[in-house]
Design a protein around this ligand. Structure first.
Ligand code: NAD
Length: 491
């Protein structure tokens, strides 16, 4: 069975190199009847992902240090360790996901259907395409892949060209650890992915930005391919100082969420809404936290602090800091920006406060508020009331996450019930990703579909209902056959 899948996948990938023009028609790319990959095979491949990470942790850390200056501890905790943990859980659970839950025997409730044998199966959608980004390239490649493998889908994996050391290492390791007949890496940039997208895939799982998501969605639409889109956006932080408990703790939790991977995270707290009168105490609490995290300064070589991924992003962020009408009150210093194998594109954790003279409408149009920052830059916006802050959030695209700092139950309810976002976190940031029990994903501009363990598995499977209607029920069916009479349709 594995071979059938694999032949199918290799044929599709080799058609990329041999005949690009014919692949546009997909004439030879008809999905064959889809065979089942055994649970044993899936479990083995899942465990191979865990082995890949465990046995190559050092090489993975080195590659990500060269590409991103990512601190080793960050890679081990948020990427290597998390993938191993989730691979082990997947290996334990895959059988239950396939046979239990919503994939079960069904009791027909209508009396005249009581003899029918019915069940619902969780079946693989077919061949998957996983397209992963550069910022957390290990977990954001393997988290979708674990779902695909558990579902029984072979898959092609497109790694990001923005982290070349990591991607070339991973291409070698995936070929070595996983069944190469069923799981293949695609390297390259826009040209290569454009050709891959000409093929008909059965599920595309894309993690990245909304602009590229539109290109991929348009390509997928040609084949009616279903998609999971894990995108980003500007995730706000709402602080209600009277009910947030200790403001210093809140500030420490917020700035910690921002400094991970130097702010290059889809769920980074993007900007803060806080009553204007509380801004000075918030800024001094952030300053205190940063001093304790980086006693020698964040850009000091001994500090555990990532660098900006590319020269283009480095220039973009410097441009934002030059263009904003806000005032830099903390940080703002940038590294030299030279391209070296260990990147020196450092940007200090930077807090920007908008002057009181600016209206919320003007602030909303500032360069810092146009797009997701994806940078260690935290704009702070003063509001007169919680309601004014909520209105500011509601007027913008639905964010991936809303963070709100209040311990008051009625305020929590009010904020939850009057906003929309993919996820919601009260009283902390970033940490929600460590949970194996809650789904993660966006809504509207921040994407659609869900991931983490069973939720990712669900994206790569569909529910097939199966009914067996016995011939012994035939006497009850006489009325359904033509010619109809008034008697046969009478209830
Ligand atoms: P990226 O540049 O690495 O792009 C992601 C993938 O898209 C890569 O494999 C790349 O080759 C491909 N790509 C780039 N241009 C393309 C094109 N024109 N056509 C087809 N494919 C193309 O990553 P990025 O988009 O810069 O990543 C950052 C974004 O990802 C942010 O917006 C962030 O919020 C989002 N993100 C979301 C999540 C999540 O889980 N929701 C996680 C991480 C990042």
């Amino acid at each position: 069975h594995a071979e059938l899948h694999a032949t199918f996948l290799s044929a599709s990938l080799s058609s990329l190199s041999s005949s690009p023009s014919s692949s546009t028609t997909n004439g030879s790319f008809n999905t064959p009847p889809f065979p089942l990959l055994s649970i044993r095979y899936r479990t083995h491949q899942v465990l191979q992902i865990a082995r890949l990470c465990q046995e190559n942790a050092d090489a993975i850390c080195d590659a990500l240090f060269q590409d991103l200056g990512k601190p080793r501890e960050e890679v081990l905790l948020a990427e290597v360790g998390a993938v191993i943990e989730r691979a082990l859980i997947t290996a334990q659970k895959v059988e239950e996901w396939v046979t239990g839950g919503d994939a079960e025997k069904v009791e027909m409730t209508a009396g005249w259907q009581k003899n029918w044998k019915a069940k619902v199966e969780r079946r693989a959608k077919g061949v998957g395409l996983v397209i992963s980004p550069w910022n957390y390239p290990l977990i954001l490649t393997f988290q979708p892949l674990l779902g695909a493998v558990a579902a029984g889908c072979p898959a092609a994996i497109k790694l990001s060209e923005v982290v070349p050391q990591f991607s070339s290492l991973m291409a070698k390791l995936i070929a070595k650890y996983l069944d190469p007949r069923a799981y293949r890496v695609v390297l390259g940039g826009v040209k290569e992915i454009t050709r891959v997208l000409q093929l008909k895939w059965d599920q595309i799982f894309y993690t990245g930005n909304g602009r590229v998501a539109r290109i991929i969605s348009a390509a997928a639409a040609r084949h009616l391919t279903p998609m999971t889109l894990e995108l980003g956006g500007k995730s706000p932080v709402i602080i209600h100082p009277e009910t947030c408990g200790d403001l210093e703790t809140a500030a420490r939790r917020i700035i910690w969420g921002k400094i991970n991977n130097a702010g290059q995270i889809c769920i980074a707290p993007d900007y803060v809404l806080i009553p204007t009168t509380s801004i000075p105490s918030f800024v001094s609490a952030v300053s205190k936290a940063l001093k304790s995290f980086f006693p020698k300064g964040a850009l000091h070589p001994e500090s555990s602090y990532a660098r900006i991924v590319s020269q283009a992003h480095f220039k973009r962020i410097k441009g934002l800091l030059e263009g904003t009408k806000g005032k830099i009150v903390l940080g703002g210093q940038t590294g030299p920006g030279s391209v070296t194998s260990t990147p020196d594109r450092g940007i200090e954790p930077t807090v920007v406060v908008f002057p009181e003279s600016m209206s919320l409408e003007e602030i909303g149009k500032d360069v810092l508020m146009e797009e997701e920052l994806f940078a260690p830059v935290l704009p702070v916006i003063g509001v007169k009331s919680l309601e004014e802050g909520l209105e500011f959030v509601r007027r913008r695209d639905h964010p991936l996450v809303i963070y709100a700092f209040t311990e008051d139950q009625s305020l929590q309810d009010k904020i939850l019930n009057t906003t929309m976002s993919g996820n919601f976190v009260f009283n902390d940031t970033f940490q929600q990703l460590a949970s194996n029990d809650i789904p993660f994903g966006g809504v509207g501009e921040s994407g659609h579909g869900r991931q983490v363990l069973k939720y990712t598995f669900d994206e790569f499977t569909y529910l097939r209902s199966v009914v067996d209607i016995p011939q012994s029920d035939e006497p009850g069916f006489v009325g359904r056959y033509p010619p109809s009479t008034a008697q046969s349709v009478a209830f």
